[in-house]
Design a protein around this ligand. Structure first.
Ligand code: CAA
Length: 440
């Protein structure tokens, strides 16, 4: 059966950068280490005045199409995942297609376009849609373009303000992919939750602490569901585990939970027994609360063990690099975690061919999905072609006052005119509501 997966990917970061420990924290009267050590964030990306989810998505997609030598005729489907949509009718993919049609011969007249919404997990759901479309044989030999694009902004003064970010990830989904093949097996954890929502409002209403608990609960359920179809997982099976990363500190918690789950009844639990005892078993406790407290105690000890720390440093830490420099990209976030890991592998000269990734996606509201990916022989060429470091280094640093201005510019409820901080360089730019975006 044909293999289907991610053939190539590109990113487009918002062109402004805010230093969190040195610029943001002091004005907020906070300890810089809350950012660097607690949340695991150093800088975050913001869009310049002329950028938005359409221009960032279109610019990422153009880089991808140019690098892979594609024209619109090669694309049968454009799916955009976003939780920053500004139009309740026309999907953002039509706006992006309109941009791309300005620069390529031909058009996307015969491509199916849509917009996926389920908070941050929508990027992975769009991948799944593209995968299913190709597997069903409906693609007529064409590939799908999946674009995850967001401006993750919170109301000023909201605790979420610490975890903002903006950027887009474009992925080409195709047969015989050059980067990773997606597994057929998937696991889900999904419940109606009100941890993070935007009912007809621009900025989210978010219960931050609750959202973290919901993330962990749904992720655990998704892992159990994945194991019910793919078999037991074990930490040694996966070279990297990219998780949805709203901020790296969240992934520290998810990783510990995952390691505890995966090592239950394994050689690793046996090895750790003398040091920290065996994992608490539910049947040994009278109440669920007692069991949970015992699990928390076990995990506090587990995270100090050499086995856990070595695994975390090798399998999880490399997934966090881009996120720690750009903040939350919502729908794109788990996809930059995968990219971070593969860049680290390329930098270390690792042979990744045939190696497995376990990908943990999450969207508030809430749903988690776990699936596996197999790295393809041509992965290194694909990864070395993505210019992440150059793009991030080219961002223009903003002061706290600039940050407040740019936050207001991207607040659709306000109308303010602010000078551009940077000059566009042959890219799509936003030219006003209801008008076609231009290339400048
Ligand atoms: N030195 C070291 N660490 C410090 C520190 C210091 N001086 N000060 C604080 N910290 C640590 C804290 O102990 C805490 O770590 P733990 O959780 O491990 O205890 C961490 O830094 C954050 O500090 P606070 O909890 O005090 O931070 P906060 O109250 O400002 O809120 C937050 C943090 C809840 C994540 C908030 O930023 C928020 O609401 N973010 C948006 C919601 C979010 O991202 N939720 C994640 C799950 S939902 C999801 O994933 C979907 C999505 O993308 C939004």
């Amino acid at each position: 059966m044909t293999s289907v997966g991610i053939d190539a990917m590109e990113i487009w970061t918002g062109k402004l950068v805010l230093d969190l420990p040195n610029t943001f924290a002091p004005v907020k009267g906070e300890d810089p280490e809350k950012y660097t050590k607690g949340l695991g964030l150093h800088t975050s990306s913001f869009p310049d005045v002329y950028e938005d989810i359409v221009t960032m998505g279109a610019n990422a997609a153009k880089q991808l199409m140019d690098r892979k030598g594609l024209t619109p005729a090669d694309i049968g489907r454009i799916d955009v995942a976003t939780e920053s949509a500004f139009d309740n009718s026309k999907p953002v993919s039509t706006y992006i297609a309109g941009c791309l049609e300005q620069v390529y011969d031909g058009d996307f007249r015969h491509a199916n376009k849509g917009e996926r919404k389920f908070a941050c997990i929508a990027g992975t759901q769009s991948l799944d849609d593209a995968y299913n479309w190709i597997k069903a044989g409906r693609n007529r030999g064409r590939a799908a373009l999946v674009i995850a694009t967001d401006t993750a902004l919170y109301e000023r003064g909201d605790p979420g303000e610490a975890t903002q970010g903006a950027g887009a990830v474009a992925m080409l989904i195709d047969e015989d992919p050059d980067l990773v093949e997606l597994s057929t097996e998937q696991g889900y954890g999904s419940m109606d939750e009100t941890d993070f929502l935007k009912p007809n409002q621009q900025f989210p209403s978010v219960d931050g602490k609750r959202s973290m608990q919901v993330y962990l609960a749904r992720m655990r359920e998704a892992l159990e569901d994945y194991e019910s179809v793919a078999g037991r997982t074990h930490p040694d099976l996966f070279e990297y585990i990219p998780f949805h990363t709203p901020f790296p500190g969240m992934v520290r918690k998810a990783a510990l939970l995952g390691f505890r789950h995966m090592t239950r009844d394994t050689d690793i639990e046996d090895d750790l027994e003398a040091e920290i005892g065996r994992q608490p078993r539910e049947e040994d406790f009278e109440t669920w609360d007692d069991y949970e407290e015992a699990i928390r105690g076990y995990m506090d000890e587990l995270k100090t063990t050499e086995q856990y720390r070595e695994w975390y440093g090798r399998v999880i830490e490399p997934t966090l690099d881009i996120s720690s420099r750009v903040g939350n990209w919502y729908t794109g976030s788990v996809h930059i975690a995968r990219l971070s890991a593969l860049i680290a592998a390329a930098d270390e000269g690792k042979d990744m061919t045939g190696k497995q990734l376990l990908v943990g996606s999450y969207g508030s509201g809430a749903q988690a999905e776990i699936h596996a990916e197999t790295v393809q022989e041509t992965w290194r060429d694909e990864i070395e072609a993505v210019d992440v470091d150059d793009q991030l280094a080219a961002r223009t640093e903003i002061s706290f006052d600039d940050y407040e201005l740019i936050h207001d510019v991207h607040n659709h409820e306000k109308e303010i005119e602010v000078e551009e901080f940077t000059q566009p360089e042959a890219e799509f730019v936003f030219t006003g509501w209801g008008r076609m975006n231009e290339r400048r």
